[in-house]
Design a protein around this ligand. Structure first.
Ligand code: BEZ
Ligand code: FE
Length: 289
C-alpha cells in the first residue's frame, strides 16, 4: 500500500502479517488492532493523550518486578481479568474469580479441622463445606489452597509482622469431600495504590477497596482447577469491588453461634473456644476437565 491513510491503516496492519503466523495469533491480533484503531478514531486521540498513555504503561513497567505485577493489577481494575474469567466460566460449577497477587506457591499443609487463626486475637470463624462434582458427589482427595488477610487487612507478604505462611494453608479432603478449618473473619482491604494504578484511581474518582474475602484454589484429578474467592454477604463493598470479582454464587452468610456451641471434636480448636464464634458452610463444585 503506497498511500497509508487513517481509513486503510487497519487493513494494512492485517496484510503485513506473514503467511506462517499462527492462526489464533492472527485472529487475536487482527481483532486487537481493529479495536485499538477504532478506539483512537472514536475519541480522536491526541498526541498528548497518546504520550500520557505510553508514560502510564512505562510507569507500570518500572514499578513491576518478580513480586509486584502492576500490569496484572491494571488488568484487574479495568475489569479485564474478571471478564476473561467469566468468558470461560462453566455454569454447572462454582464461579471462578481473580487470583490476585498474594497467593504463595507452596502453602503448608492444613489438616481437615485445622486452624489458621493461631495467636491472632480475633473472633473465631469456622468455615466448612464439601468439594463435589456437578451431580453432588464428593470428590475424595481434592486439595484446597487457602489464603486470606489477617485482621489488620494485610496479607502475610505485605506485613513484616506476620510469618510467611500466616493465613495460608493447603488442605486435602478425605473420602467424604469434607473440608473445614478455623480462622478469623477476613477484612476488606485496598489494592496497592502507591503506583500508577493509585494515580488512575485518583484521576477517575474511584476507590481501591475490595470486599472481604477468602481465596481458594481447588484442584482434583480429572477436574478443572478452580481459582475463586468467597465473600461475606454483609460487606459494605460487596457491590463495588474495585476488581469486579464478586459473583452471586460466591457470597456466603456468616452465622453468629452462641457461646458454648463450638464442636467438641474434630477441630484443632475443639475444647478451646468457649465464647461466641462465626460459622459458615460453603460447598465448592468442580467441573470435569
Ligand atoms: C486480592 O484479592 O488479593 C487481589 C486481587 C486483585 C488485585 C489485588 C488484590
Ligand atoms: Fe484477596
Amino acid at each position: 500500500m503506497c498511500n497509508v491513510t487513517k481509513d486503510n491503516i487497519t487493513e494494512a496492519f492485517i496484510r503485513y502479517m506473514g503467511p506462517d503466523t499462527d492462526p489464533r495469533l492472527r485472529e487475536v491480533m487482527t481483532s486487537l488492532v481493529r479495536h485499538l484503531h477504532a478506539f483512537a478514531r472514536e475519541v480522536s486521540l491526541t498526541h498528548d493523550e497518546w504520550q500520557q498513555g505510553i508514560g502510564f504503561l512505562e510507569q507500570c513497567g518500572a514499578i513491576s518486578d518478580a513480586e509486584r505485577h502492576e500490569f496484572v493489577l491494571l488488568s484487574d481494575v479495568l475489569g479485564l481479568s474478571s471478564l476473561v474469567d467469566m468468558l470461560h466460566n462453566r455454569p454447572e460449577g462454582t464461579s471462578s474469580s481473580v487470583l490476585g497477587p498474594f497467593h504463595i506457591s507452596v502453602a503448608p499443609p492444613l489438616a481437615v479441622g485445622g486452624d489458621l487463626r493461631g495467636d491472632f486475637d480475633a473472633p473465631v470463624l469456622l468455615i466448612e463445606g464439601v468439594v463435589k462434582d456437578p451431580e453432588g458427589n464428593p470428590i475424595p482427595g481434592a486439595t484446597l489452597d487457602i489464603w486470606q488477610t489477617a485482621p489488620n487487612g494485610l496479607y502475610s507478604s505485605q506485613d513484616p509482622e506476620q510469618d510467611t505462611y500466616s493465613f495460608h494453608g493447603l488442605q486435602t479432603v478425605g473420602a467424604d469431600g469434607y473440608y473445614g478449618f478455623t480462622t478469623v473473619r477476613p477484612v476488606e482491604y485496598q489494592v496497592p495504590t502507591d503506583g500508577p494504578i493509585g494515580a488512575f484511581f485518583a484521576a477517575t474518582g474511584r476507590h481501591a477497596w475490595r470486599p472481604s474475602h477468602l481465596h481458594f484454589i481447588a484442584e482434583a484429578e480429572g477436574f478443572r482447577p478452580l481459582v475463586t474467592e468467597v465473600f461475606a454477604a454483609d460487606d459494605p463493598y460487596l457491590d463495588q469491588d474495585t476488581v469486579f470479582g464478586v459473583r452471586e454464587d460466591l457470597v456466603m452468610r456468616y452465622q453468629a453461634m452462641p457461646a458454648g456451641s463450638f464442636p467438641e471434636a474434630g477441630f484443632a480448636l475443639s475444647g478451646k473456644v468457649a465464647e461466641e464464634y462465626l460459622r459458615v458452610a460453603f460447598d465448592l463444585t468442580l467441573v470435569p476437565a
